[in-house]
Write a protein that binds this ligand. Sequence first.
Ligand SMILES: Cc1ncc(COP(=O)(O)O)c(C=O)c1O
Length: 378
Amino acid sequence: MNKTELQSLAKKHGTPLVIIDHDQIRRNYNEFRRHLPKVQCYFAVKANAEPTIIRTLYQAGASFDVASLPEFMLVYENIKKLPAKARQDFIWDKIIYANPVKPKETLLELDKYKPLVTFDNLAELEKIKKYAPHAGVVVRLAVANTGSQCELSNKFGCSPGEAVDLILAAFKMGLIVEGISFHVGSQCTNFQNFVQALNMAAAVIKETQERGGHEIKIVDIGGGFPAPYNQHVKPFGELARVINAEIDRLFDKNIQIIAEPGRFLVASAATAIARITGKAIREGKRCYYIDDSVYHTYSGIIFDHCQYPLKAFKSGKKEVCAVFGQTCDGLDVISQSELLPNLEIEDLVYSEKIGAYSNASATFFNGFPPAKVIHVNA
Ligand SMILES: Cc1ncc(COP(=O)(O)O)c(C=O)c1O
């Protein structure tokens, strides 16, 4: 979107505002499909759970990774009117519940939909057997997250040896292990993480066949596909070439490859606009206060270790300044070193590529509600 369109939307809707461009979401989805044609694309809903985004991706033909019952129901909303058989086929073929640890109430509820669910330990497997015996299971491996913006293997995944033991234990319990999954860490710009993880998955498949005679049908390569936040992020096509080569080399062509991109599909589709509500000079540095915060649209600064450069609509000589959020918390610093021209109270600033893990984790802290979200080209 150009600056004039952004400004007129801010005028119409007020600030703080998040503008989500669905043409960009479709472009991202098509780019993913074009570069990884053999990989089924499950949108990781957690990255931005706006129902309109889910609808756009549903209409584009996407599959979905959900990690809580409310996320599952957001996807279900799109299929609830399908005939029973088509609905059940969609759940089986196009939804994965990819949170390796689930409360028993969730499992009980999920069981009637017979989805794919992930696990990475024996206690979880026993819970699945007891409360969701009709689910298909997918074992999650811990893989290198080296250099990724957000680490995930600190919390989830088992070693390759454990994985084979767990797979054999699951089959012994009468569960069907459909696949193996991993996550290389979010915003993974180190493509070797994918290479190592794919090799690890292939080794687990081979050992499972040798030790138990079981065939694994699915390899889930997780998320981590980097959004183009800056010029240091290599083009998606380069990563896709590496992944395609490894997939062709390592796996039988009957194995289905799936992926769970979150950030890649939505990050570049949103722009946040905020208004300057105060300004001061502190220790010689110009400081601006805006009507959004790290507890709101800019929450990714804290939770996602992400930075969103701020831009002004006004031109003029730029100088280094600090930008603070609207809450009373000293933690609420959007940037200590932003290059902006001299701005006045009521002027607008904006951040691009703020569609992933941003409004999704906004709170009502300090009495300020989350920014208004609007959808264009939806
Ligand atoms: C299991 C799982 N899959 C997919 C994702 C989406 O990852 P990304 O946004 O890096 O593509 C996450 C993110 O936390 C996740 O935990």
